[in-house]
Design a protein around this ligand. Structure first.
Ligand code: HEC
Length: 158
């Protein structure tokens, strides 16, 4: 009797697994070639910004908002020239970094400093961790517009 019972439980388990055909597929070990030890660095950084479409020319109202945020929250540590104060100067940053990277650095700095190879290297140089400035993604996007204007990209008339 006990054996029959065990068999029935086993049969139910098998049927249950049969009901979820994907489960086995997800749990199955992946072939070695599909496992990346270190994900390749795409230069976009880590964070919620995956893709940015730049405005050509830049939009003046966004540049103005970004400038105001810069003056309030960033100017103490970042010059608009290429001179480093606490953090690197911003001149030329659009040549060094992708726009997505700049956005992620601005909105997700802790994770960037912990996991992004470029941000980690910067921290080694600067020896100060950039504090989280609590910018919304929208604020950060306006600052990005200002950063491109600072690098000489064309801006629309106000
Ligand atoms: C207290 C100083 C401080 C403030 C304020 C600050 N940062 Fe930073 N920032 C740093 C430091 C230091 C680094 C270099 C990375 C590190 O060591 O953490 C940095 C790096 C950066 C970088 C990358 C620079 C490069 O050359 O790649 C960006 C972009 C940036 N900050 C954006 C901002 C923005 C936007 C603000 C304002 C909303 C801001 N930061 C405010 C200190 C600061």
């Amino acid at each position: 009797m006990k054996k029959v019972f065990v068999f029935m439980v086993f049969a139910i388990l098998v049927i249950a697994c049969g009901d979820a055909p994907n489960k086995e597929a997800t749990n199955a070990p992946k072939p070695k070639s599909m496992i990346a030890d270190e994900p390749a660095d795409d230069g976009k950084g880590v964070g919620q910004t995956k893709a940015i479409t730049l405005n050509t020319p830049l939009l003046a109202p966004m540049v103005a908002k970004g400038k105001a945020i810069y003056e309030m929250k960033c100017a103490a540590c970042h010059k608009l020239s290429d001179k480093r104060v606490v953090g690197p100067g911003w001149k030329g940053i659009t040549e060094r970094r992708k726009p997505e990277w700049i956005m992620n650095m601005t909105t997700n700095v802790e994770e960037m400093l912990a996991n992004d190879p470029t941000a980690k290297a910067l921290f080694k140089e600067c020896l100060v961790a950039m504090p989280n400035q609590n910018l919304t993604v929208e604020d950060a996007r306006n600052v990005l517009e200002f950063i491109y204007a600072n690098d000489g990209y064309e801006v629309t008339e106000l």
